[in-house]
Design a protein around this ligand. Structure first.
Ligand code: TYM
Length: 328
């Protein structure tokens, strides 16, 4: 079976972008591949979350992943920090990563722009840690959203560089993966960029939002005043969301209305809001249920970490040998 790795930073609540970019693929992949899915708690530390919040965030995200359909019997679901081999590989790969290439990464440049007072080395070497998460299991497929494409390219570069330097065909080049052709990018409801954890809270739909909040957010979504003509991006976004959570027939109806110039965006948003409520509601309720059972969540994490460590430590044995750390 091919090996699959993916992670989500523990920076807050999961949102619809995380679901459709990543988790939806996890759920399908778990039956087909050997999967390692983790909560990237180390990655979240570059922005120094309050220590009081970290455990709660990580546990909730484990619950959210299970509520969204991950079966902990089929996949290893774990916290990144429970696998110290990742840190060892990260340290080793850092010697193969160049300052210049790391400074050029768009997500790094964006963070520097937004937060010039916190340009720490962890932020700079973020792609190296991410490559280590993946390569430590010698994975080939990485289900992620469109925004992670560049990071995957870097992981392939580091893998290749390691192979070349140490004269071995050891790490495969991991590929970003999505069922269907293209990687997904879920738009924000305000029409300004992608949905994300840190941007405008009212423009992001979280898997934890209650029904009324979902309705409120969707009704505030950017649409358009005129109907017909070329479809504005904000309207295309609403259609994209509706085709993900709604019925094909409803989508088709609103498309016809749009083409005929008779579409009423208020009606469309009302429909989208109800589709969203029906989609998110069960995941939210299941999460709340699972969150009550910390013992169970910890059991999942321990079993996941054990499986991940077995795979990671086998890789590190080989990596140390290839590098020449082989003294006894
Ligand atoms: P993160 O935590 O920002 O997001 C987790 C996953 O959700 C996807 N995603 C989206 N997909 C589509 N549309 C959106 N608006 C959207 N927003 C988020 C992301 O693409 C991602 O798949 N660096 C990673 C975490 C990570 C990782 C890894 C991923 C750490 N190590 C190893 C894969 C393999 C990140 O910050 O994702």
């Amino acid at each position: 079976k091919e090996i699959v790795v993916s992670g989500i930073r523990s920076t807050g609540f999961l949102h619809l972008g995380n679901y459709f970019g990543a988790i939806r693929n996890y759920v399908r992949m778990q039956d087909e591949f050997n999967c390692y899915f983790f909560i990237a708690d180390w990655h979240s530390l570059t922005t120094h979350p309050d220590p009081k919040d970290l455990a709660g965030n990580v546990l909730r995200m484990v619950a959210e992943n299970v509520a969204a359909g991950l079966d902990p019997e089929k996949v290893a679901l774990f916290a990144q920090s429970d696998v110290p081999e990742i840190a060892e590989l990260y340290m080793l790969l850092n010697t193969l990563a160049y300052k210049g290439e790391l400074e050029k990464v768009p997500t790094f440049k964006e963070k520097v722009r937004l937060n010039p007072d916190n340009v720490n080395a962890g932020l700079l070497t973020y792609p190296v840690l991410m490559a280590s998460d993946i390569l430590v299991h010698r994975a080939t497929k990485v289900p992620v959203g469109k925004d992670q494409e560049q990071h995957l390219e870097m992981a392939r570069n580091f893998a290749h560089r390691f192979n070349t330097r140490y004269g071995a065909d050891f790490f495969p080049g991991p590929q970003a993966f999505n069922y269907g052709d293209n990687l997904v990018r879920i738009p924000s409801l305000d029409g300004a960029g992608k949905m994300s954890k840190s941007e405008n809270q009212m423009a992001t739909l979280y898997l934890a939002d209650d029904d009324d909040l979902i309705r409120k957010k969707v009704m505030k979504a950017k649409s358009d005043s005129a109907a017909g003509g070329e479809m504005p991006e904000s309207v295309a976004n609403l259609f994209q969301l509706m085709s993900l959570v709604g019925h094909a027939a409803t989508v088709a109806k609103f498309r016809e209305d749009f083409n005929a110039g008779t579409i009423r965006y208020g009606d469309m948003k009302k429909q989208l809001a109800e589709d969203m409520v029906a989609f998110i509601g069960p995941i939210r309720e299941k999460t709340l249920e699972l969150q009550k059972d910390k013992v169970y969540l910890n059991k999942i994490m321990r079993a996941g970490a054990e499986k991940a460590r077995a795979s990671a430590s086998a890789t590190l044995v080989e990596v140390r040998k290839l590098i020449g750390i082989n003294y006894y």
